[in-house]
Design a protein around this ligand. Sequence first.
Ligand code: PLP
Length: 387
Amino acid sequence: MIHVQNVQEIESRYTSGAYSKRPLTIIRGDGCTLWDDEGNAYLDATSGQGVALLGYSHPAVIQAINTQAAQLMTCPEIFYNDQRATLYSTLATILPSEINHFFLCNSGTEAIEGALKVARLLTNRPEIIAIKRGFHGRTMGALSLTWNKKYREPFSGWGIDVEHVTLNDLAAVQAAITDQTAAVVIEVVQGEGGVYPADMTYLQELRALCDASGVLLVVDEIQTGFGRTGAWFAFEHAGILPDIIALGKGIGGGMPMGAVAWRGEPIARGTHGSTFGGNPLACAAAIATIHTLRDENLPSLAKEKGTWLMSELNRRQLPNVREIRGMGLMIGLELRERVTPILQRLQEIGVLALPAGLNVLRLLPPLTISYDELHRLANAIEEATHA
Ligand SMILES: *Cc1c(COP(=O)(O)O)cnc(C)c1O
């Protein structure tokens, strides 16, 4: 056994170098609380980067994983499996009925890779339009769509043919579309990019423009999906039907998982695949997660709680906060200063939150957060931004 005191030293010695980390060793979670190795408790507004929609250690997810681990953990898609079939039918109950095909994978970026391949196969066109400030992942295809040059430029020239256009500018999309455009890829609320919601009328007009041009509309619901924004999926707020939907983060209740969902034709045999994709363990966790989200009415509670928290934060008229944006429990506070010291101060008073760019404080608490905890979160933000 490694002595727990050495965690940061060992991780730092062997790290890939890819991550900048906070000097905090998290060893346990329950509900919306995380504990470090010294026994300090933190109110969590990160959900582990938007993953833990049900908080940590939710009994329904634990039970599903334990039961399935004892039954069957791995089963590639050369065979059929009961958990996979159950997950498909469960997903079908929360997605529009037109969505009739799924590809299961293991992360968000893989869902975007899958979405790109599906778009290519369904249209036979090679070009993609993506949105400035958008974030879609770190593998080569998804990275080509991701806007931030810091992530993208060191690998430029290896990606796919992407044109980036400004959010909420329909004419820019219109100008970018050619007869070789396969798809427009968009987040309904940009997450990493700074918590910028798209205009709902823009999304409706974008849908119509795509229809008129034979271009597919790919909605990245990796961060916004499964109730985060106060609906099962954020595209519902605009009343639009995407052609392809990328899913990830919260889908597995903490188990690594992603999925591509689309309407129309299936893709041809042999055009895509994944060893771990659709494994019974992740499927069982996802089924339990979706059932719990539904049974506890969490998508609409996320709307109520998010509305409450936004108005509570607005009411306090925090002098260092320029703007508060978001939908449901996906909230960004644009600060008049850098976010890093604020995150540090929040941590000192027992609250963990996320950045989104240099000056946006991003809140992605578990959807199960209580009003008492929301109050504590608002108090902590007031204190940390006043200092
Ligand atoms: C996190 C995220 C991704 C990438 O997901 P990973 O699981 O980290 O690969 C893609 N798109 C959006 C909108 C995300 O928030």
